[in-house]
Ligand binder design. Structure first.
Ligand SMILES: C[S@@+](CC[C@H](N)C(=O)[O-])C[C@H]1O[C@@H](n2cnc3c(N)ncnc32)[C@H](O)[C@@H]1O
Length: 118
């Protein structure tokens, strides 16, 4: 990743990945749909902006982040090959495309980093 990126971490859980990202100097927003997990992570008083949110309803503005960093959360969505699951994956991908920077006239477009065990 380039220096001082704006990073979004979907489905952060209680992983310390986001804190490591923030310690590297990036601005990090991390979210999970489990409010209890987010409360616990907020108690850590780190530089990470932890929020409750749904991967299928990315509520941030268009072009908000330079990097979307997914570790294991895409895997959690891909539970089977059913139509509903495919629809959810589609919603998630649409959300990523929306919040990731892709303005053609800037020198820093967005990137999606996926760490998966699938
Ligand atoms: C396999 S865990 C990965 C956790 C973390 N990213 C890590 O690196 O350990 C998947 C996480 O995604 C979260 N999750 C699953 N579906 C979600 C959704 N629709 N919106 C937000 N978070 C979700 C779960 O609560 C869980 O914390």
């Amino acid at each position: 990743m380039p220096e001082k990126c704006t990073v979004n971490v979907p489905g952060c859980g209680d992983s310390l990945l986001s804190e490591h990202v923030a310690l590297m100097g990036h601005s990090c927003v991390s979210f999970d749909f489990e409010p209890g997990v987010i409360s616990k992570m907020k108690e850590r008083k780190s530089a990470v902006d932890y929020q409750v949110g749904d991967m299928m309803k990315m509520h941030w503005e268009t072009n908000s982040f330079e990097v979307v960093l997914d570790k294991g959360s895409f895997d959690a969505l891909c539970i089977d090959d059913e139509e509903a699951t495919r629809a959810n994956v589609g919603l998630y991908c649409d959300g990523i495309k929306k919040i990731m920077k892709h303005a053609p006239n800037t020198d820093r477009n967005g990137g999606f980093i996926l760490i998966s065990l699938l």
